[in-house]
Structure formats: C-alpha cells, structure tokens
Design a protein. Structure first.
Length: 229
C-alpha cells in the first residue's frame, strides 16, 4: 500500500481521499451468501465497496480463500474482515502442518468465531464461512456482528440480505444440483443488488466441491458468464 501527501492508494489501485476516509471507514456494506448443495457449497457476493456515500471500488472481491477448500464471504469493515481472514488463514496453515491433515470447515469456523467474539467491541465484521471436507462434505457457518456462530443449510448477510429473505425462503431446496444451485445464488444476489443501494457491481461466485474451487463472475443484469476459471 502506497501513501502520498494528499491521500492513500489502496491495493486495488484506487486513490481514496483522506478527508473521505476520516468521515467513514471503507465498508463492504454488501450482499453475501453461501449455500449447501448436493456436491458441496457455493459462495456468492456483490462487488461494491463504499466509503460513506462514495463508491470506492466497483469490483471488490469479497470471497476470500483461507485454505484449500475453505473460503469466507466478508461484510462490514474491509480492514477488519481482511485482518481476521489473514489471521485465520495463517492459523489453518499451522494446523495442517502440525497435525498433518487438512482442517475441516468446522475448525475454520471455530477459529473465525473465537477471533470475532474476543474482539467484538472493536470489530465490524459479518462473516460466512463455507467449505468442503472429506469428513463432513459441504458445510456453511455464519458469524454475524457480535461473534456468535451458526451452522446453516444456507446463510445470507450484509445490508442487501434484508431484501431477499422472502426470495430465499421461497426458492430454497435441499440437495440441489449444481446448475440449479448456481441459479438460486445468482437470482438472490440480483434481487439484493436491485433493491439495496449499498450493493452493486458484479456477482462473484465460488463453487466448492471435492474437485476444488470453480470461480464464476456474472453481470447482475445479464445471464452471461463473464469469466469461468
């Protein structure tokens, strides 16, 4: 990160005025979700980052990998969630080396929860942890503000989540095939972006199975997949 005399340049190359930063922190006030499906889990998020009322970044990646097949969705303060994810990623690497076995999603979620609860008065972080492991298959855990931990079949979070509870309840199904699950996540995030002023940009998605991670990117007003890797 480079600093200048009049402002700050973040790691994405976007210049942020320091006076704006003093008025409000860089915030991922946002739409995030993760779901279980037949073969694993899917994480999804919009890509808008704000500094107060100013859109600081239109294409933020709010889906962060913390181990081979364990990822998290981040909402709240960008700095807080990045720091927590970095610490957990380091702890999971140590766990894998110490016990010579990959950590489970449950272990990763417990590490996130311990950090968030111990620092609940200092952090603004709402997280969803999702992953696949041989022992439990696909699992989703949510950690809202305050640091509590909840295992769920699907979880939604961020400012945009308030607009899609009805949509998710109406369209959710247990044991969906991958294609149907992708359409469910895409449809929910399209609605969140449509109605929530703090959500926007593109729809990023990660499909996690025993084969690894498959990343998708969609425009919210189109069914066209921009990138597939």
């Amino acid at each position: 990160m480079e600093f200048g005399n009049t402002g700050m340049l973040n790691e994405d190359g976007i210049h942020l005025d320091m006076d704006r930063l003093k008025k409000g922190e860089v915030n991922l006030g946002t739409s995030i979700m993760a779901i279980t499906f037949k073969d694993g889990v899917i994480l999804g998020a919009d890509s808008r980052t704000t500094t107060g009322a100013y859109i600081a970044n239109r294409v933020t990646d709010k889906l962060t990998q913390v181990h081979d097949t364990i990822w998290c969705c981040r909402s709240g303060s960008a700095a807080d969630t990045q720091a927590v994810a970095d610490v957990v990623k380091y702890q999971l690497e140590l766990y894998a080396m110490q016990f010579a076995t990959p950590p489970t999603t449950q272990i990763a979620a417990a590490m996130f929860q311990e950090l968030c609860y111990a620092n609940k008065d200092q952090l603004s972080a709402g997280l969803i942890i999702a992953g696949w492991d041989e022992r439990h298959g696909g699992q989703v855990y949510s950690i809202p503000l305050g640091g509590s931990l909840h295992k769920q079949a699907y979880a939604i979070g961020g400012s945009g989540s308030t607009y899609i509870y009805g949509y998710c309840d109406a369209h959710w199904k247990e044991g969906m095939e991958e294609a149907e699950a992708v359409e469910f996540v895409k449809g929910a995030l399209k609605e969140a972006i449509k109605w929530d002023g703090s959500s926007g940009g593109v729809i990023r998605m990660v499909v996690l199975t025993g084969k690894g991670a498959d990343r998708h990117l969609y425009l919210p007003d189109s069914d066209y997949k921009v990138r597939h890797q």
